[in-house]
Design a protein around this ligand. Structure first.
Ligand SMILES: Cc1cc2nc3c(=O)[nH]c(=O)nc-3n(C[C@H](O)[C@H](O)[C@H](O)COP(=O)(O)OP(=O)(O)OC[C@H]3O[C@@H](n4cnc5c(N)ncnc54)[C@H](O)[C@@H]3O)c2cc1C
Ligand code: SF4
Length: 512
């Protein structure tokens, strides 16, 4: 029996279930492993070039690793996935294909129809990259019912025995230390430099190939990410040794002095299988048990990995395929051009956009409270925003980007993922960052020539959507503060906010 094991580029697991299953049944002699570099997939959008380098280099390093383990491995460069697989089948003539379920919707539908298109039986094994595949806290969700992350997270902690005591209580008696984790970065504090990796020969070759792709974001210059399991583990240990301790308190801080602050920068690796969530969470817990990190930081980190990450994946599958089209606020404006070149005098946006465009990374709060906050307040079309996020970030994959952007960032799903819209005026950005101090706008002014555009847009949004916001209990305090603003000032805000559309060259994509 000749078997092909087809491994997707974002499934570079050390113990890939399709490979393990095929070897357990037939041994290694009649087995070919195939990875396909699809040109059509890489050209679908103008992707971040550093993401393409990461993906292709990691695939090629993975192939080398499997060859060293004695497997026959082929990397196929093809126009698209189907033609790549057809080429392989014509040459090797397998009796069956083993693969692992794709984490994305279109990929899974493609796999379901594959045997009829290839004329070979295709066995699709369950995806093991997510813990919610092993234990689903909400196996039968009710239609229309809202599920909150907190309960999901607690069930995951109990099931995987993370930060739990023998009496069934959470370690430290609290499930959540969020209230202690909202500090701005103190003046003069410089977070430690992260570990950077010198590109090897394989990566340099990929960089040359990606550099000449016409349609891309950013450049390949300065690529320094991990591209194999060994390096990704080193990057993780570097986080545990140097940043985990301060992860919690400064989780929400933003600074012009550092892009990652005390964050882990592990999403690019977790998302393609170079790291796996359970060992990552367990090793972080061990640092607390050994007295090397506080509970506040370790709980905060574990919450991200087994709480938010898993909940987001669960929500993606619950809401697809409809999630792509959601537009709760009926937002139809085009994305301003400065999102593609960072040429804006709004200092917070300029700094964060430069990071996204050049490095493909900004940390969570910048994605949420600067980028998507702006897009939600300015009424940008959710689909334009998702295309932009997909194009720019090194860790962008549909299963994680859609729920985060549409659900958490833009509240375009009407509150299924996040219980309130994450909107804020300049006050929040000023409190949590050093951006406003160097900005030409005044974060304290609500309107007028020097008023911060975030303020104009924020108050305008509250005025425009007052009725809807009033009906959501968690938005009450924000809307109530509108009462402090007289009708004349409200009119001035609305007029000036309207003028911003011209300044940002926002085009209504769907005029009435
Ligand atoms: C608008 C918006 C867009 C986003 N787009 C992406 C994306 O394309 N790809 C992506 O991986 N994440 C995305 N996120 C989630 C989150 O911002 C990133 O996972 C995180 O910033 C990655 O940086 P880090 O590894 O330093 O994370 P850390 O802050 O160190 O967190 C540790 C890990 O927890 C996980 N995690 C934390 N928050 C989330 C979350 N909300 N959803 C999923 N996993 C989470 C990640 O795997 C991350 O590596 C987005 C969030 C928002 C608000
Ligand atoms: S003043 Fe406004 S635009 Fe300028 S950095 Fe602060 S929040 Fe951003």
């Amino acid at each position: 029996m000749r078997t092909t094991v087809w491994i997707l580029g974002d499934q570079l697991l050390e113990q890939h279930p399709a490979l393990m299953a095929a070897v357990a049944e037939e041994g290694r002699n009649h087995l070919h492993v195939v990875l396909v570099e699809s040109r059509a997939r890489a050209a679908r959008l103008p992707y971040q070039r550093k993401k393409l380098v990461l993906l292709f280099s990691a695939m090629r390093h993975y192939a080398v690793m499997l060859k060293e383990q004695g497997y026959a491995v082929e990397i196929l460069r093809a126009a698209d996935m189907l033609s790549g697989l057809r080429k392989h089948i014509a040459a090797w003539r397998p009796d069956r294909i083993y693969c692992m379920a794709a984490s994305e919707y279109a990929g899974r539908r493609f796999q379901e129809r594959l045997d009829s298109r290839l004329g070979v039986p295709v066995v699709v094994l369950p995806n093991t990259q997510f813990l919610s595949g092993q234990f689903d806290p909400i196996p039968k969700p009710q239609a229309g019912k809202r599920y909150v992350m907190e309960n999901f997270y607690r069930a995951m902690r109990r099931h995987f025995n993370l930060l739990m005591e023998q009496d069934g209580k959470p370690t430290g008696d609290l499930w959540n230390y969020d209230a202690e984790n909202r500090r701005p970065l103190p003046k003069g504090t410089l977070p430690p430099e992260r570990l950077r990796f010198e590109p090897d020969e394989i990566t340099r070759q990929v960089m040359q190939e990606v550099a000449v792709i016409d349609n891309g974001v950013g450049t390949v210059d300065g690529f320094d990410l991990a591209v194999n399991h060994r390096e990704a583990t080193q990057a993780f240990l570097d986080f545990l040794d140097h940043r985990l301790e301060s992860f919690g308190p400064y989780e929400d801080a933003m600074s012009s002095r550092s892009d990652i602050l005390f964050h882990s920068l592990l999403s690019p690796y977790l998302n393609i299988g170079l790291l796996e969530p359970l060992p990552v969470a367990q090793l972080a817990e061990a640092r607390f048990r050994d007295g090397q990190a506080t509970l506040q930081s370790v709980e905060g980190f574990i919450r991200q990995v087994i709480g938010w990450r898993e909940f987001i994946y669960w929500q993606y599958w619950r809401q697809m395929p409809g999630l792509k089209e959601v537009n709760f606020w009926n937002a139809h404006c085009s994305l301003p051009g400065f999102f593609w070149n960072a040429e804006t005098d709004m200092n917070c946006l300029r700094i964060v956009l430069e990071r996204a465009l050049h490095y493909g990374y900004t940390h969570h709060i910048e994605r949420l409270m600067v980028l998507s906050n702006f897009c939600l307040l300015a009424g940008i079309s959710p689909q334009q925003v998702t295309d932009w996020f997909t194009a720019c970030f090194v860790d962008a994959y549909e299963w994680v980007m859609l729920p985060n952007v549409l659900g958490m960032g833009l509240h375009a799903d009407g509150g299924i993922i996040a219980t309130k819209p994450y909107i804020a005026s300049a006050n929040y950005i000023n409190k949590m960052s050093d951006y406003c101090a160097a900005c030409r706008y005044d974060p304290k002014l609500r309107h007028g020539q020097n008023a911060c555009p975030f303020n104009l847009l924020y108050w305008n949004f509250l005025i425009q959507h007052e009725q809807i916001l009033r009906s959501g209990p968690r938005m009450g305090p924000n809307v109530l503060s509108l009462r402090r603003i007289g009708i004349k000032e409200q009119q001035a805000i609305q007029q000036q906010a309207g003028e911003l559309s011209a300044i940002f060259s926002l085009v209504d994509l769907d005029p009435p």
